[in-house]
Design a protein. Structure first.
Length: 379
């Protein structure tokens, strides 16, 4: 775990207004409430609200991730020097026990453990390209939009490539210089008898380069935390709770590494009439007793607003299910291509609550003529 002084100095729980033992659900709820209140779109030209929005986003970026939250809690517990005394020998040191070599232990594995992967390798250099972190965002869709798909814009605050220096870390018009201590390799050799170890250069921190004139926006890091917009194509047929991965739209990489991905967590609002079962749409349609008994053609609604004809056989029972082919959810996948579900119609026979004289007389005649024993049916 890398100790981060900023984590020690900032109480992210206080920023979000939750207790240190708050559940993940409570943390997400607090963040969403604050994000809505402080979003720059709702507070134009309000620098204080924008700064508070950045703090809230930074706090949720840590506390909203189970692994980061655990590391943050550990840093807060140990203090600002957390992580500085790793590998058993203090900052920059190590310990070596010949007994560790017993049992056929591999020297490469041992050195990798002692130096966190910084042991000498053939042709090795300093800190190489590092992939950016994956980010998460939440998106709530209407039922219809989830079914047919859409292109939308996501608004989030996260690390992004510095807009001033384009990620170089140097003031525009300048460039990093090669580190004179390690000669641009990013590592220093330490010869100790029969062993030779390589450790990250303390002068350039393993990058092999020095930024002599750092960018005033990102202070040499190459990234800045700012609100940004991400265009996202949400495919047709996404489900409630599904996560869509947008490749390369996450946090920027370091030292020329690729950007991470953006993981979009989907919430689908329920529809007031339609439901969903896998790729199939479901709908309930009321019919009259006469339509059920005699059979009929009834109009059934579809999700796009049109209707289709459903032919009911005489004697259709209330609660029976009927399938309309090809009127369900359309989904696409690289493996299976395009597939379309069906519309599952459940019929609901409506029993009148008030009868006219003519209706009562007709039903009484039916009752006298019927041969069906409802509570003692015969085969």
């Amino acid at each position: 775990m890398d100790a981060q002084r900023e984590w020690f100095e900032k109480d992210y729980y206080e920023v979000l207004g939750v207790s240190a033992d708050a559940s993940a659900k409570d943390i997400t709820k607090a963040y969403r409430k604050l994000a809505r209140e402080l979003h720059p779109d709702k507070n134009p030209d309000d620098a204080a609200a924008e700064e508070r929005f950045k703090d809230v986003s930074a706090a949720y970026d840590v506390l909203g991730d189970e692994t980061k939250r655990s590391e943050y809690d550990e840093v807060r517990r140990l203090g600002p020097m957390a992580g500085g005394m790793r590998n058993g020998g203090g900052p920059g040191g190590f310990s070596f026990n010949v007994g560790d070599m017993q049992g056929g232990a591999d020297i490469g594995d041992l050195l990798g453990q002692m130096f966190g992967g910084a042991g000498r390798r053939a042709g090795g250099g300093g800190v190489g390209p590092q992939r950016g972190a994956d980010l998460t965002a939440q998106l709530t869709l209407d039922f219809e939009d989830a079914a047919v798909g859409l292109t939308t814009t996501l608004y989030l605050t996260s690390d992004a490539q510095c807009s001033t220096c384009s990620g170089s870390g140097s003031q525009p018009g300048t460039a990093p210089t090669r580190c004179g201590l390690c000669g641009g390799r990013g590592v220093l050799d330490d010869n100790q008898g029969m062993f030779s170890f390589s450790t990250p250069c303390r002068n350039c921190h393993g990058t092999g380069a020095l930024i002599t004139d750092p960018c005033t926006t990102c202070h040499g890091s190459g990234v800045e935390r700012r609100p940004r917009e991400v265009k996202a194509r949400i495919p047709a047929g996404v489900r409630n709770g599904q996560t869509i991965r947008l490749a390369g739209r996450g946090a920027p990489g370091r030292n020329g590494g690729p950007a991470g991905d953006l993981l979009v967590e989907i919430t689908v609002r329920p529809h007031d009439r339609f439901g969903r079962s896998g790729q199939n749409l479901t709908v309930s349609v009321p019919i009259t007793f006469a339509e059920a008994a005699l059979g009929a053609e009834v109009d059934v609604p579809t999700l796009d607003g049109s209707t289709v004809k459903l032919r009911l056989k005489p004697g259709t029972q209330s609660g029976s299910r009927h399938r309309v082919k090809g009127k369900g959810i359309v989904t696409q996948s690289k493996r299976n291509g395009s597939k379309t579900g069906d519309l599952i119609v459940t019929v609901d026979v409506q029993v009148p609550t008030r009868l006219s004289e003519a209706e009562r007389a007709a039903i009484e005649q039916l009752a006298a003529a019927t041969t069906v024993e409802a509570r003692n049916p015969t085969t």
